[in-house]
Ligand binder design. Structure first.
Ligand SMILES: [Zn+2]
Length: 275
């Protein structure tokens, strides 16, 4: 069998899970290779030099060699560890939600430069913001664009009439804003004026500017619902089938971590049985 040359790539660590007593499987996101799963050997041992370089939600330069089934991390060097994400539960929750979205939408061996840059920029912005959810909203709108699902915010998606800020609906299935007349005929869910303005503002503004906007709890809940329904459309059922969209909407870090830990335990057992 021909020997495959090791790979060097920059990547963001999306997630990791334990493997056996000493190792971890790292889910890496590379701009050139998409999602890559690689075993980091010995990183659960106390004196591991590599463990600090494969932490979830850090960016680094990685050497990867092809193992029997997965890649093996041969070396890792941190480029950005985003400490302020790791010190704040709310920032961490939003960062994990973005990372999970990237993981679920990305296949292996797919060049993913634009999505990589979007995630990297969003994590930069998240690390330095007083308003973590706003960065995820901003990220999600651009994520939609990259998935080929760009919500229409200028004209009614059903009759093409220009829309003002009042009386509109939002239809995730149709892909955007519904004018008052079509909304009155039963299309779309209510789209309040503040959320309509916020969506348009986020589309044309930077992440940093978006984070400065004050959004009350009611508008925030409404926006989350429109984004969640749109995510289901953008990913064409991939989220729906996994229940991830509901999980994202709850964004309850405790419940989230508990259910993830249970799922990881189950997966670890399966992987151990397969090794
Ligand atoms: Zn209309």
């Amino acid at each position: 069998m021909p020997r495959i040359r090791p790979i060097r790539t920059e990547a963001i660590v999306l997630r990791q899970r334990p493997l056996g007593d000493a190792d971890r499987i790292c889910v890496l996101f590379s701009p050139t290779r998409g999602r890559v799963e690689a075993v980091a050997k010995g990183v659960r041992k106390p004196l591991s030099k590599m463990s600090g370089h494969v932490e979830p939600l850090s960016r680094g330069q990685f050497g990867l060699a092809q193992g029997r089934s997965l890649f093996v991390v041969t070396d890792a060097q941190t480029l950005d560890s985003w400490p302020s994400l790791h010190d704040d539960v709310q920032r961490m929750t939003e960062a994990l939600a973005m990372a999970e979205l990237v993981e679920r939408s990305t296949d292996a061996d797919i060049s993913s430069g634009p999505l990589y840059q979007l995630l990297r920029h969003s994590l930069d912005a998240l690390a330095d913001t007083p308003s973590p959810p706003a960065i995820r909203w901003w990220f999600t709108l651009r994520f939609f664009d990259q998935q080929g699902y760009r919500p229409e915010l200028e004209a009614c998606v059903r009759c093409r009439a220009d829309v003002g800020p009042g009386g509109n609906g939002y239809s995730a299935v149709d892909g955007g804003v519904v004018c008052p007349s079509c909304h009155g005929a039963g299309h779309g869910q209510r789209l309040s004026s503040p959320v309509f303005r916020l969506l348009r503002y986020m589309r044309r503004s930077s992440a940093e500017s978006t984070a400065q906007v004050r959004v009350d709890a009611q508008a925030s809940a409404e926006l989350e619902q429109h984004l969640r329904l749109s995510l289901e459309q953008a990913l064409d059922g991939r989220l729906r089938s996994s229940g991830f969209a509901e999980e994202l909407a709850r964004a309850e870090s405790i419940g989230r971590n508990a259910s993830r830990a249970a799922a990881e335990r189950e997966r670890e057992e399966q992987e151990r049985a397969a090794v």
